[in-house]
Design a protein around this ligand. Structure first.
Ligand code: M6R
Length: 359
């Protein structure tokens, strides 16, 4: 069943290109985004969006908040479901409540959804498992079509969730006329290139395999990024800590100087997400500050970066989401290769279950 791959997680990383095409099928048209699941004028009367999720699903939600606000001009807040449940949130009926879950069975996310429903909010779930509890509980559901995900460390589910959310932000922008036809067309053109951006080449995998041996020790990892690359940094750090058991944190690059930079020395490994299309000069200067404190820098970017101890050159440099997906694959494979070198069972990491159905 692993089809020659060492782990299900590895197989699922390689599957991302294909499943992404499935996620888009029938939804990404030449000049429009279509969702059969959504009623006409789905966003009518909606003035804000609240998203609740856990773990990796929470990270895709965080990335989407930038997209909903930028593209659809609708306010979007994201909350960790286990926090939302007990904070006595103020909810208003003009808020669309979105839950995101691979399994559709995560207890905290399900309970958050029930609370929102009791408050009379319109609910939408983005799920990978049809007929799951969260799908059944929601007014409307959009399936991510990632196929069965076996690796405890989520990969293709994250990719497809993020894709659905990008499509949904465009769909909302289309319905609310917050984006021009030309912008929509350009976004669709980029979207259709995503499966290609997710192809794992032998060159990349070999490079990450070789590089991983230099990242086995040290006192921790910082993944840093800005904008949508900050949630990607959080996700990269989560992936690494789940399967390598190394301490890893994701941080907004601009926050490093507000405390965490105190940790910088050569044993602090910084994985810097440096896209060309999103605040490149800002993140470059954040990384330079870390380098000046002797942090070991692994830069992921389409633009060569002299100060990097290790440099992984990406190929997409014209659209942030294509850069996002390409860098996502790099962080997933890096986590995989480090963990394999450490002798860990990547598919069955200690202390973790695939689906968290208890509080
Ligand atoms: O099934 P869900 O998406 O609701 O699961 C949420 C988290 O438990 C899950 O994403 C977890 O963080 C993964 N192990 C991450 O790789």
């Amino acid at each position: 069943q692993k089809d020659g791959y060492r782990f299900f997680m590895e197989k699922e990383i390689y599957e991302q290109s294909r499943v992404m095409s499935e996620t888009m099928m029938g939804r990404v048209l030449d000049e429009a985004i279509a969702f059969d699941e959504l009623d006409e004028n789905f966003f009518e009367g909606i003035s804000s969006i609240k998203i609740c999720a856990c773990g990796t699903s929470y990270h895709s939600a965080l990335a989407s908040a930038y997209l909903f606000e930028r593209i659809a001009k609708v306010r979007c807040d994201v909350e960790i479901a286990s926090e939302f449940r007990y904070k006595e949130p103020l909810l208003t009926k003009d808020t669309l409540f979105i839950t995101i879950s691979q399994s559709g069975e995560t207890a905290d996310t399900l309970e958050a959804l029930k609370m929102a429903k009791r408050a009379g909010l319109k609910s939408l779930s983005i799920c990978n498992v049809d007929n799951s509890s969260i799908v059944r509980e929601s007014d409307t559901a959009i399936l991510t079509r990632a196929g069965i995900e076996k690796g405890v460390a989520s990969t293709k589910a994250f990719a497809t969730q993020t894709m659905v959310l990008w499509m949904l932000a465009l769909y909302a922008g289309q319905e609310k006329s917050t984006i021009s036809k030309e912008t929509l067309k350009n976004e669709i053109t980029a979207m259709l290139q995503t499966p290609k951006a997710l192809i794992v080449t032998d060159t990349l995998h070999t490079k990450l395999n070789r590089l991983s041996k230099r990242y086995l020790h040290g006192h921790g990892f910082f993944f840093i990024g800005r904008d949508i690359f900050y949630p990607l940094a959080l996700e990269g750090a989560l992936k690494l800590k789940e399967i390598s058991y190394r301490h890893a944190e994701g941080y907004p690059a601009g926050e490093m100087k507000h405390g965490p930079i105190a940790l910088a020395d050569s044993e602090l490994f910084t994985i810097a997400l440096m896209p060309k299309t999103m605040h490149y000069d800002k993140i470059k200067s954040n990384v330079e500050e870390l380098s000046a404190r002797d942090a070991t820098i692994c830069a992921i970017s389409p633009i060569p970066f002299d100060l990097a101890d290790d440099f992984i050159q990406t190929t997409y440099d014209a659209h942030p989401m294509l850069e996002f997906f390409e860098m996502m694959v790099v962080t997933q494979l890096l986590a995989l290769e480090i963990s394999v070198r450490l002798g860990n069972d990547v598919d069955m990491p200690r202390n973790l279950a695939k689906s968290v159905t208890v509080e």
